[in-house]
Ligand binder design. Structure first.
Ligand SMILES: *[C@@H]1O[C@H](CO)[C@@H](O)[C@H](O)[C@H]1NC(C)=O
Ligand SMILES: *[C@@H]1O[C@H](CO)[C@@H](O)[C@H](O)[C@H]1NC(C)=O
Ligand SMILES: *[C@@H]1O[C@H](CO)[C@@H](O)[C@H](O)[C@H]1NC(C)=O
Ligand SMILES: *[C@@H]1O[C@H](CO)[C@@H](O)[C@H](O)[C@H]1NC(C)=O
Ligand SMILES: *[C@@H]1O[C@H](CO)[C@@H](O)[C@H](O)[C@H]1NC(C)=O
Ligand SMILES: *[C@@H]1O[C@H](CO)[C@@H](O)[C@H](O)[C@H]1NC(C)=O
Ligand SMILES: *[C@@H]1O[C@H](CO)[C@@H](O)[C@H](O)[C@H]1NC(C)=O
Ligand SMILES: *[C@@H]1O[C@H](CO)[C@@H](O)[C@H](O)[C@H]1NC(C)=O
Ligand SMILES: *[C@@H]1O[C@H](CO)[C@@H](O)[C@H](O)[C@H]1NC(C)=O
Ligand SMILES: *[C@@H]1O[C@H](CO)[C@@H](O)[C@H](O)[C@H]1NC(C)=O
Ligand SMILES: *[C@@H]1O[C@H](CO)[C@@H](O)[C@H](O)[C@H]1NC(C)=O
Ligand SMILES: *[C@@H]1O[C@H](CO)[C@@H](O)[C@H](O)[C@H]1NC(C)=O
Length: 471
């Protein structure tokens, strides 16, 4: 077969896979379902009066910074954000990252992945709850009592677990759970003390003014301010309005690293790169207005926190994600050059949340992160046995046999993931989920590569595709 034919065959197959993954009517998968918690206003008011709020702070010294603040805006293509005058102004106060990538579409999987090192094959914004044995960054921070919190604008009370909270006059979207990453985990919601760290903006200003800001925080503006229901001009103006006073607040700025980013690029057909700026007192003035073109993605939020405080890992994609250069410099970590030629990051993989017949992927309990630490001991204890059995390939064999055929789309999804993965030299040695990506629907005769990168090349992928078409 000529190369041009191979290429078009591939294009057709990928399009089919994408269509299947995004349209429930033609999807061969049964998504894992959860019952949605969506309380009435009266119920919310009742609970609000009982909510308790923690105001914890700490001062555990990090290699390059003592405080990490993440602020997420919504759905904007890189060039549009870079061209916004408010964001351009902010860029003069810090370092622009012009090679920072979102992981997939739509919003929720990106938020999910930023705290857990995987998006578990989520491909929509539905109500989900990861079981209590799935750990997050909070479990890592807790090993050193590094204080943490979230600030979610207009979350009606601390620890609110509902699906959304609308503006009570206009009923417009205001607070949404899908943009509240830690709320998606039973390891948080089952624990009242942890829930007391999931606060709103009223509490942010309480903590700012009371010098009780935590060392790790995640800030989500509401659906108006983050650009979801408005424009980049609106979101940019909000970001400048929120940050400008903070940039001259001595308490806020001291030893602080702010990461202002976007959950995803708006246009699904283009590369899912997002405009990102690093700000705060931890950045030397000599670097203000500069650009760093190192490859980063939302997993860098985890690897950088691990490196900064020399923490163990989650054994997922946090393990080998590039670390923000400021922190890499301070810890002698060498980042990888990642070839993004074939990278799009606009598809999901076949796994746990997309298909209820697929088990949770075990983390790689034997992995070592960029700062040389192993996986958190608690995770190793819980997951060692699943890791061994999944690594021995029975995981993949069983998922192959339990799935209905739909082999063209399955294999095409597989191919799509592998194209991206083989292009991304550094993105595979960590999590079992990469191997779920790679193997979930391939027959067990495909050789399993030693490093978590599958033993597939273009020839073998095409062979699989062709075999599936003519099967
Ligand atoms: C509020 O707390 C009181 C006292 O602990 C309890 O009796 C009541 O059930 C709680 N209400 C709600 C809505 O949780
Ligand atoms: C944290 O400790 C450092 C010294 O290690 C000190 O310079 C800094 O002022 C402290 N910050 C806060 C907020 O207490
Ligand atoms: C963390 O705090 C707990 C409770 O205050 C304490 O028992 C523990 O020793 C602390 N751990 C570290 C590493 O500081
Ligand atoms: C924020 O949370 C606090 C604490 O639960 C609550 O009292 C307050 O009403 C909330 N503020 C807003 C604007 O929803
Ligand atoms: C979002 O928050 C801003 C204040 O920061 C408020 O003006 C706006 O009305 C809120 N959006 C909604 C839909 O309530
Ligand atoms: C992902 O990007 C590719 C390449 O631009 C495009 O062909 C494909 O349709 C996109 N997928 C989705 C789901 O939009
Ligand atoms: C999405 O991001 C890419 C960078 O990877 C950028 O080139 C592109 O312009 C963005 N999309 C659009 C429609 O601008
Ligand atoms: C990291 O170190 C390199 C080499 O010394 C330097 O050029 C770069 O500016 C540093 N980057 C940061 C963010 O500190
Ligand atoms: C990094 O390397 C330099 C030079 O080799 C050394 O002086 C420094 O102690 C190292 N720092 C760390 C955190 O390992
Ligand atoms: C994790 O929890 C889920 C849900 O309770 C359970 O099905 C699974 O077996 C657990 N896995 C491990 C390794 O504990
Ligand atoms: C787990 O990580 C180790 C250490 O990086 C690596 O050698 C091994 O191949 C990984 N396991 C899998 C199944 O990817
Ligand atoms: C591609 O994989 C096939 C099957 O594993 C193998 O026979 C072939 O030698 C590989 N080709 C290259 C160029 O590595």
């Amino acid at each position: 077969m000529k190369l041009s034919n191979q290429a078009s065959l591939m294009a057709v197959a990928l399009a089919t896979a994408n269509a299947a993954a995004s349209s429930s009517s033609s999807s061969p998968y049964t998504p894992r379902t959860y019952s949605m918690y969506s309380p009435k206003a009266s119920e919310i008011a009742q609970h609000a009066s009982n909510a308790t709020t923690n105001h914890r702070t700490s001062n555990v010294s990090g290699a390059a910074t003592n405080r990490v603040v993440q602020i997420w805006l919504e759905n904007t293509d890189y060039d549009k954000a870079a061209g916004d005058e408010s964001l351009a102004w902010l860029a003069t106060k810090g370092i622009t990252l012009d090679n920072y990538w979102a992981l997939t579409h739509p919003s929720e999987p990106n938020y999910l992945a930023s705290v857990a090192g995987d998006y578990f094959a989520l491909n929509d914004d539905r109500f989900i709850a990861l079981p209590a044995n799935v750990s997050t960054v909070v479990d890592l921070l807790d090993t050193k009592n590094i204080s943490w919190a979230e600030y979610q604008e207009h979350q009606p009370y601390t620890g609110f677990q509902g699906f959304n909270y609308s503006n009570q006059e206009t009923f417009a979207n205001d607070y949404v759970r899908k943009h509240n990453p830690l709320m998606l985990f039973d390891s948080i919601t089952n624990d009242a003390d942890r829930l007391a760290n999931i606060k709103n903006f009223t509490e942010f200003y309480h903590d700012l003014n009371g010098s009780s800001l935590p060392q790790w925080s995640f800030i989500t503006p509401n659906m108006t301010n983050d650009g979801h229901d408005t424009t980049i001009k609106f979101a940019g103006a909000w970001a400048r309005g929120f940050l400008e006073p903070l940039l001259s607040n001595e308490y806020f700025m001291e030893n602080t690293l702010v990461i202002l980013t976007f959950d995803e690029n708006e246009t699904y057909a283009v590369k899912n790169k997002v405009f990102t700026i690093l700000l705060g007192g931890s950045i030397p003035e000599s670097l203000h207005g500069t650009t760093d073109s190192t490859y980063y993605d939302h997993y860098s939020l985890l690897s950088s926190v691990e490196a900064n405080w020399n923490l163990p890992s989650l054994g997922r994609h946090d393990v080998d994600a590039n670390v923000f250069q400021l922190i890499a410099n301070a810890t002698n970590i060498t980042n990888q050059v990642v070839d993004t030629t074939y990278k799009v990051n606009n598809a999901t993989y076949v796994g746990y949340l997309l298909d209820d017949k697929i088990a949770l992927p075990a983390p790689n309990v034997t992995a070592t992160n960029k700062n040389g630490k192993g996986v958190l001991q608690k995770i190793v204890s819980v997951w060692s046995s699943d890791y061994s059995s999944q690594a021995s390939a029975s995981y993949f064999t069983s998922t192959t046999t339990t799935q209905s055929v739909a082999s063209l789309t399955d294999v095409a999804t597989l191919v799509s993931s592998n194209v991206e993965r083989s292009a991304a030299a550094s993105s595979t040695s960590g999590s079992m989920s990469s191997r779920a990506t790679s193997h979930a629907n391939v027959s067990s005769s495909v050789s399993h590569g030693g490093s978590g990168v599958v033993g597939l090349n273009w020839t073998s992928m095409l062979t699989l595709l062709i075999a599936s078409i003519f099967a």
